[in-house]
Design a protein around this ligand. Structure first.
Ligand SMILES: [Fe+2]
Length: 308
């Protein structure tokens, strides 16, 4: 079992529910403050046959893209060829997985149950070590997550991971949580320019917004989203941050499950293969420690609203 300082091990919740009273608010607040919540196992139903099916795909890797993604709200599967004989089976497995994680989160993190927005699930079948990727796409550099095509306007990105590899750890490093890291770095990264854009930038943003309104495929981003996208890249480009910022190594053992706000915990994936993941978007109104959210931390640094 992992004992990294980045993690809090959850021993009081299982598939049977709470063993010692409902502590969902406390766990939400820990998560929102930058802890990774770790289960020594899978706290929801994940049938052995489904795991075996996913692992068997290693023989057929070339049929897949980097990730298989599943959109639960529309039941759409991406990342596997339409003509693949495994496509329907994969869709069934991902649908089942996503439903089970949703039920688990509704129960374990009850304060989010009414308000979360369900995002994509994914299966990541490739070995992470030594992948040859462009700098901004590299997973082995510390970064916080921001979605280019799905702006959150300050809602948070919560992810649930399960390492389904039967014998190999998934290895991350993680850095200081956002509320400690951002006050040291956000100004150097230019956050005040994003909080108070120039007239020229405002003009570009209003054009994008107008384009979005008439149906062009342009996301409408808030000041927050624009800064977080920039910060993701800025952190990966920053050799000094990568080399000298405080960080800890965390080994996620075979079969374990962990939850983390990846917009607030700088993370890098060093190695591992075969992870399942479901993303949730948690709006500000559902948070239990909103003052630790990247949106409010940045607004405090800038003394300005960034949610529009
Ligand atoms: Fe990430």
């Amino acid at each position: 079992m992992n004992t990294s300082a980045a993690c809090s091990v959850v021993n009081d919740f299982s598939r049977n529910g709470w063993s010692n009273g409902d502590r969902s608010r406390e766990w939400c607040a820990e998560l929102e403050s930058g802890k990774i919540l770790l289960f020594d196992g899978v706290p929801f139903d994940l049938p052995a046959a489904d795991r075996e099916f996913l692992l068997s795909q290693k023989q057929a890797e070339s049929r897949f893209h980097k990730n298989i993604s599943y959109r639960p709200t529309t039941d759409v599967l991406r990342g596997i060829a339409n003509e693949s004989p495994d496509r329907e089976h994969m869709q069934d497995v991902m649908r089942r997985y996503s439903k089970q994680v949703v039920e688990f989160v509704k129960s374990f993190l009850a304060p989010y149950a009414k308000d979360f927005q369900l995002d994509y699930a994914s299966f990541r079948p490739l070995e992470e070590q030594s992948r040859d990727l462009a700098l901004h796409k590299r997973n082995d550099l510390l970064h916080v997550d921001a979605f280019p095509t799905r702006p959150t306007r300050g809602a948070r990105i919560l992810r649930v991971f399960t390492n389904i590899n039967p014998s190999v750890d998934r290895v991350w490093t993680t850095g200081e949580p956002f509320h400690r890291m951002a006050p040291k770095l956000a100004e150097a990264a230019g956050v005040k320019r994003y909080a108070d854009p120039s007239l020229a930038d405002r003009f570009v943003y209003s054009m994008q917004s107008a384009g979005h309104k008439v149906g062009l495929p342009v996301p409408t981003r808030a000041r927050y989203d624009r800064f977080m996208l920039h910060f993701h890249d800025w952190l990966k480009e920053n050799a000094e941050f990568q080399a000298t910022s405080p960080k800890v190594r965390t080994d996620f053992s075979p079969g374990c499950t962990w939850l983390v706000y990846t917009d607030g915990v700088p993370h890098a994936v060093l190695s591992g293969q075969y992870v399942l993941e479901q993303t949730f978007i948690i709006p500000q109104r559902a948070l239990c420690a909103a003052e630790r959210s990247p949106l409010l931390v940045l607004e405090q640094i800038c003394n300005a609203s960034m949610s529009s």
